[in-house]
Design a protein around this ligand. Sequence first.
Ligand SMILES: [Cu+2]
Length: 171
Amino acid sequence: MICPASIRHSILLIAMLSLAGCQQSDQAAQAPQESAAPAPDAKPGLSTSDGILTLPVVAGRPGAAYFTLANGSENAVELAAVHVEGAIGAEMHETTGGTMAKLASLPIEPGESIAFARGGKHVMVFDLSDELKPGGTTEMTLSFTDGDKLSAPLAIEDMGGTQAMDHGAGN
Ligand SMILES: [Cu+2]
């Protein structure tokens, strides 16, 4: 049984829905990456700072990314992978006593801050695009084992002088 009030209600609802539909498509046209869901590239409580991408001295060699990752959340997290925009591949490495080993993943306790820095943990970045130039920026995206992601800018630098990192054969 349909009463007039519910018909009126239905018409109103349809009108509202179509209005909402218009607004949504307008928003989608302007900002296709935004949605009402939590931002996929901003893991709650996690933050990075001092992001740097160091270009190799010799083109074709790997570069390295450095940053500090702080876990301000109440949960332990585990960093699973790193992607650098403009590079084909990126791996987490750790240099210990002159030997570099690949890190499959990296746990970070609540309140802990982990530095990726020269001579220690670093992200090795492979097959860099020519478009990555000193003075520019690119974006790094960290992926965690729970599927969350965190994006952050990397300032692009020349390797330069004494800051050069030993990744070459025979050095
Ligand atoms: Cu390395």
